[in-house]
Design a protein around this ligand. Structure first.
Ligand code: PMP
Length: 416
């Protein structure tokens, strides 16, 4: 098992302690990053292409055009002219900011329309929107769990989910492993009042899909609720991009679905979808919802238009999947280790920080923008270059990029 390096012993205390200390290390890593030079994006589309970004090189100050393989704009909807035409019409009616929190004056009709559209996509009774996916995750989990409750996380869960349980207890289980979840749940039976199992539908560093059917069975057997974060699944998997719950035909079985409007939806904002009762509870108990001005109305309008295109399968999902399959088959044929990647996110797992940095550097030289993911963001043996694929890439652009990756891979002895 390639994850054996985590040394999970089945002792939840040890798992938790190891994972916590790694999270602390990550904080120091981020504070080091403050001092490093970063690319500055101009974010214009060039020559009609949606996926070339103009960036300022931090070393030379020169403006360069790069193929952007680091964006979560999977359907390239950030720059979709069909959306912007409608947004302009809507904005002439509503204007810019909402001007108030939802419980004061910030509950606009267009926000309600967006919430209904999200419920329709996710197959739930009700939804609310937040100003970001981060706010949705932190506000949902902290609104539901107190100091006598526990959140049980897949160890690859996103930071916004983990940050939600600061006022509660937390445990981790081995990534995507229902048996490991079971051993954690068995160990804590009756110790807490409410138990919430937290997973991502698609994992942000690995691009693999949650083993939701088994996780759901185990969680519900032990009386725990399940929350799925659909940030990287929405618009990508399931029928017409409806997400993980649809992908596994589990509609009505998952207790809470969260997500973001900032990735495939191409705007900004977050959401929670669940039963009417639970959403009503959150409206009066989720502090990042109650005490924050409603989302920016142009973003609400753009999200609504984007979700309608996604619902009709008019948002480029088929092209995204052609690109995903093509990149996946070429990376595998070349001999790269891409873990269990199944969606638009590809980890090129190298396990050697110097080679990760070298490959990233050389790809930047070739005007291909990717991000390195060194230790401690992931364990040493799983350090990687992270590549995301979007719908707008042409075959020529994918071929150019994959040719460079293969050449560098051979040169650095990553592949033969
Ligand atoms: N969940 C996951 C899995 C994410 O990757 C992200 C974004 N990085 C978020 C939540 C937060 O979403 P947002 O960017 O809208 O705050």
């Amino acid at each position: 098992n390639k994850y054996s390096l985590y040394n999970f012993t089945g002792d939840p205390k040890l798992e938790y302690a190891e994972w916590e200390s790694r999270l602390d290390m990550m904080n120091s890593w981020f504070s080091d990053m403050k001092n490093s030079k970063r690319f500055l994006y101009e974010r214009e589309s060039i020559d009609g292409s949606k996926i070339i970004s103009s960036v300022v090189d931090p070393e030379t100050g020169e403006i360069r055009k790069m193929l952007n393989f680091a964006s979560n704009d999977y359907l390239n909807l950030t720059q979709d002219k069909r959306i912007w035409k409608n947004v302009n019409d809507i904005i002439s009616q509503y204007g810019g900011g909402a001007g108030g929190a939802p419980l004061l004056s910030g509950s606009m009709r267009i926000i309600k329309e967006l919430q209904d559209q999200i419920s329709k996509m996710k197959g739930t009774e009700s939804s609310i929107v937040y100003t970001s996916g981060y706010a949705a995750n932190i506000g949902t989990i902290s609104g539901l769990l107190g100091h006598k409750d526990v959140a049980i996380y897949d160890m690859y869960s996103h930071a916004s989910l983990i940050d939600g349980s600061k006022g509660a207890n937390k445990k981790f289980f081995a990534h995507n492993d229902a048996k490991s979840l079971e051993s954690v749940l068995k160990n804590i039976q009756n110790k807490y009042i409410n138990k919430l199992v937290v997973v991502d539908g698609v994992y942000s560093m690995d691009g693999d899909i949650c083993n939701l059917p088994e996780i759901l069975d185990v969680a519900h057997f032990y009386g725990a609720w399940v929350l799925v974060d659909e940030a990287h699944a929405t618009g990508v998997i399931g029928k017409n991009g409806r997400g993980t719950v649809d992908y596994f035909n589990l509609e009505g079985k998952v207790d809470i679905i969260t997500g973001t409007l900032s990735k495939s939806v191409g705007a900004v904002g977050g959401f929670v979808s669940a039963s009417e009762k639970l959403i009503n509870y959150l409206k009066y108990n989720s502090r990042s919802y109650m005490f924050s001005t409603s989302p920016y109305l142009p973003a609400v309008a753009a999200s609504l238009e984007a979700l309608k295109l996604i619902e009709q399968n008019e948002a480029g999902q088929d092209q995204l999947w052609r690109n995903i399959q093509y990149v996946k088959s070429r990376l595998l044929n070349a001999g790269f280790n891409i873990g269990n990647a199944e969606t638009a996110i590809f980890p090129i797992i190298i396990g050697d920080d110097n080679k990760v940095k070298e490959m990233t550097y050389r790809l930047h030289q070739k005007n291909i923008f990717v991000n390195p993911v060194p230790y401690p963001a992931v364990p040493r043996k799983l350090t990687r270059v992270r590549l995301t694929v979007t719908a707008g890439f042409s075959k020529d652009q994918l071929d150019y990029t994959l040719d460079q990756i293969e050449e560098i891979g051979r040169d650095l002895n990553i592949i033969k």
